[in-house]
Design a protein around this ligand. Sequence first.
Ligand SMILES: NC(=O)c1ccc[n+]([C@@H]2O[C@H](COP(=O)([O-])OP(=O)(O)OC[C@H]3O[C@@H](n4cnc5c(N)ncnc54)[C@H](O)[C@@H]3O)[C@@H](O)[C@H]2O)c1
Ligand SMILES: O=c1ccn([C@@H]2O[C@H](COP(=O)(O)OP(=O)(O)O[C@H]3O[C@H](CO)[C@@H](O)[C@H](O)[C@H]3O)[C@@H](O)[C@H]2O)c(=O)[nH]1
Length: 329
Amino acid sequence: MTVLILGGAGYIGSHATDEFLARGYDVAVVDNLSTGHRAAVADKARFYQGDIRDKAFLTDVFTQEKNIEGVMHFCAYSLVSESMSKPLMYFENNVGGAMTLLDVMQDFDVKHIVFSSTAATFGIPEEMPITEKTPQNPINPYGESKLIMEKMMAWQAAATDMTYVALRYFNVAGAKHDGSIGEAHKNETHLIPIILQVALGQRDKIMIYGDDYQTEDGTCVRDYIGMTDLIDAHIKSLEYLKAGGQSDAFNLGTKTGYSNLQVLETARQVTGHAIASEIGPRRIGDPDALIADSSKAQKILAWTPTEKLADIIKNAWTWHQNHPHGYED
Ligand SMILES: NC(=O)c1ccc[n+]([C@@H]2O[C@H](COP(=O)([O-])OP(=O)(O)OC[C@H]3O[C@@H](n4cnc5c(N)ncnc54)[C@H](O)[C@@H]3O)[C@@H](O)[C@H]2O)c1
Ligand SMILES: O=c1ccn([C@@H]2O[C@H](COP(=O)(O)OP(=O)(O)O[C@H]3O[C@H](CO)[C@@H](O)[C@H](O)[C@H]3O)[C@@H](O)[C@H]2O)c(=O)[nH]1
């Protein structure tokens, strides 16, 4: 039986592809390479280049891959700030892609899907840490598009015998422990890789966006989840669905928040580099703090995060040192 990984050439999808293969699954990958890299896809996976919004293309993939038992859906545009200036692009790709995918899954009677949702669906949360019962009120189009995807999955699951797991990741960082694959976004906007690019001498300094948030040191607080822990949650989710588990959503984080300045200080310790920084204006669309309560995932999926922030940065640092130009090396 085959696991179909959509967005498998991207940062998270490539790690999922690698780990599903390592655990003995048969894997096929679909990606349009809009933000992903062909070189990030493990050789043992069958690769189809194309767009999931293209129903004819997707139908062809499902026809060729006769034994799909589950779909891992990572395809999306996922930058908070970009979504503020290009909302329609986000709804079109994220919601449009999911709609075509569910349609084709139904055509081929594929029953299980695990998909990437996000802490950004919560907006400015009413409570901290954030549980699955915390109301979802997104404050940017990216988070809104993912909330629509969650609702669409729920309606489709209610109408058919498809089951889904929505995994609401908090801030994902890190890389495979051996540093062979990692984060290589074309225009990097994420905090940890940018900080490590400063450590590598590729940038002069890190600009910290805002120090007047309602947090202890005034900079935004995020809950960082390591790549190995994150992928483990996906494998557990698929197995849960295959065993008859009902559709559900889970918050994935570590219940520990780090401010942007704390992340910077940890990176200084891990890399041994001074890493110049400057405080700049706020970035539009950023909530003050996002911290996950993942006890539901621990209870139902038997998932326990193990990677601490220093481990996560250490793994990312190994990747960046080995591949200073990402997959172009
Ligand atoms: N990185 C994070 O911190 C984080 C946190 C929460 C949720 N997520 C979600 O996780 C998923 C993966 O994120 P990532 O950081 O790996 O991003 P990424 O951009 O590296 O990966 C997305 C992949 O999907 C592909 N893709 C996008 N639209 C497509 C389409 N229409 N057809 C085919 N391929 C398409 C891209 O080429 C890319 O390879 C996204 O859905 C994102 O919203 C990420
Ligand atoms: O050069 C930089 C880059 C980022 N930040 C700050 O660092 C924090 C984290 O930002 P970033 O790494 O860009 O991640 P988020 O915007 O928090 O979003 C990530 O985490 C979300 C879940 O919390 C996911 O939904 C998104 O897909 C994913 O990009 C924020 O306060 C940013 O303002 C800076 O200060 N300087």
